[in-house]
Design a protein around this ligand. Structure first.
Ligand code: NCD
Length: 315
């Protein structure tokens, strides 16, 4: 069964319908209503790289919907250290589970896993490749704030070279006709093949090494962490570490309803002074991972989300 490896696996209509499902699932994610749509289903969590939000929100999503989760756990205590191949691990977990969420340091690993599995694979990040489930919660957050995904002006800032969240997100935003501004140091520019692909799909893209100049008319500012673990050379990292830092004082000229997003974890890209401003949306965004992943799990498992879900009131 096909999973979600890149955003190419979903049409715009499918994206909108999954976001609508996610919206209706909010009372379930907030624990006000119990709706065991996924009772009897098992999710396999296979995280070969560190993760807090993606792994935990998949687990929360599954459990809030009455399903169960089995975890590979720490790679160091699994058979991976004995030299088991990814192919063999997947073949076996495939038999234990109904669906698999996977994160792996190697770009392309999620597609490779999908080729080895009968159950759907949800790509929770493959090296510097893609992170489509993050994109779904990012789109949910943007639509929640602006009421639409169409025609917005979005700045993607920071590590556009290695940041997989911005690779998947820029692709999706282009399909909804957003104007994109890529702000990064020269060394961390969006890969040329991605920019070319976006341009081929009609994207309106501007590349700059300057972040603050574009903030005044942006609808969304999406900050990212410099992906230290992907640098071959520590000196290169030192050159760009701390390249962009957003402080509350930088937001004075911003539009009232501009939102600041970040897939998290942040290092020093967003100063805590921003947290209390009307623009900060990153913790809400992290919570939205639960509803977005609930909706994706239902969709890929062929379970329909009811049109009306009673809100049980206070959790
Ligand atoms: C991101 C990732 O793993 O790509 N984290 C996440 O899933 N929220 C971003 C990052 O690690 O910088």
């Amino acid at each position: 069964m096909p999973g979600l490896i890149t955003m190419d696996d979903l049409s715009n209509d499918e994206i909108m319908s999954i976001l609508d499902d996610a919206q209706r699932l909010l009372p379930v994610a907030e624990g006000r209503t119990y709706l065991p749509l996924l009772q009897g289903k098992i999710l396999g969590n296979l995280f070969f790289e560190p993760s807090t939000r993606t792994r935990m929100s998949f687990e929360t999503a599954m459990k809030r919907l009455g399903g169960d989760v089995v975890n590979l756990g720490d790679v160091k205590t699994s058979s991976v250290v004995k030299g088991e191949t990814l192919y063999d691990t997947i073949q076996m977990v495939d038999g234990y589970t109904d669906i698999i969420a996977m994160r792996h340091p190697r770009q392309g690993a999620a597609q490779y896993a999908q080729d080895a599995a009968r159950v759907p694979i949800l790509n929770g990040g493959d090296g510097a490749g893609h992170h489509p489930t993050q994109t779904m919660l990012d789109l949910f957050t943007i639509r929640q704030a602006h009421g639409t995904l169409e025609g917005l002006k979005v700045i993607l800032a920071g590590d556009l070279r290695y940041g997989r969240t911005v690779h998947s997100l820029s692709h999706a935003l282009t399909r909804f006709g957003c104007e994109l501004i890529f702000a990064s140091p020269e060394l961390l520019k969006m890969p040329a093949e991605i920019v070319n692909d976006l341009t081929k799909h009609g994207a309106n893209v501007t590349e700059t090494d300057e972040l603050l100049g574009s903030i005044a008319d942006a609808d969304v500012v999406y900050m990212t962490r410099i992906q230290k673990e992907r640098f071959a050379d520590e000196d290169e990292y030192t050159k760009v570490a701390g390249a962009y830092k957003l402080h509350a004082s930088n937001l004075e000229g911003a539009k009232e309803n501009m939102i600041i997003m970040h897939p998290l974890p942040r290092v020093d890209e967003i100063h805590p002074s921003v947290d209390g401003t009307r623009h900060a949306r990153y913790f809400q965004q992290a919570f939205n991972g639960v509803v977005a992943r609930m909706a994706l799990l239902c969709r890929l498992l062929g379970i329909k989300v009811p049109q009306t879900i009673a809100d049980g009131g206070e959790a």
